[in-house]
Design a protein around this ligand. Structure first.
Ligand code: TYD
Length: 133
């Protein structure tokens, strides 16, 4: 699997629109955890790590931000600015979140509970592990 933008259903309604995702229709994994990042001061960067095992799905529920993904060889930038698109990130991709707009809200769902041992926080270690594969 490779990182990909997944377009979510959008139920147009004059009372207000509605979007959703569920496994297995939109999301390729079952959700074990949900967290969100908010109140990000201008210019701050979140993330900057990879996961050995967990997969994630990231949505800009409000505002906009960029998700920059590195596969050990090259970078790819995804600008998220609609609440009906999510970015799927498989395990073993370095990723950082940046360019947060004022009042942006990043929703992240993962297929694993929080586990600090699943983090790779050193980019050189990440590249070494990628090259061992
Ligand atoms: P971290 O994942 O390092 O943040 P970033 O989005 O910048 O990569 O998490 C920051 C802190 O929050 C860290 O001390 C661990 C804690 N944390 C949890 O306890 N549970 C969670 O689900 C997450 C994502 C983080």
């Amino acid at each position: 699997m490779t990182p990909k933008l997944i377009k979510l259903p959008k139920i147009y309604d004059k009372r207000g629109n509605l979007s959703f995702f569920e496994h297995p229709n939109q999301l390729p994994f079952e959700i074990a955890r949900t967290y969100w990042i908010y109140d990000v001061p201008g210019g701050e960067v979140r993330g900057s790590h990879a996961f050995k095992n967990q997969q994630e799905f990231i949505i800009a529920l409000s505002g906009s931000f960029d998700v920059v993904i590195h596969n050990g060889e090259e970078e790819q930038r995804f600008s998220l600015n609609r609440s009906y698109y999510g970015l799927y990130i498989p395990k073993m991709y370095w990723r950082r979140l940046e360019n947060f707009s004022t009042n942006s809200l990043a929703l992240i769902v993962s297929d694993k509970p929080y586990n600090e041992n699943d983090y790779i926080r050193n980019f050189e270690e990440f590249k070494t592990l990628i090259n061992e594969k």
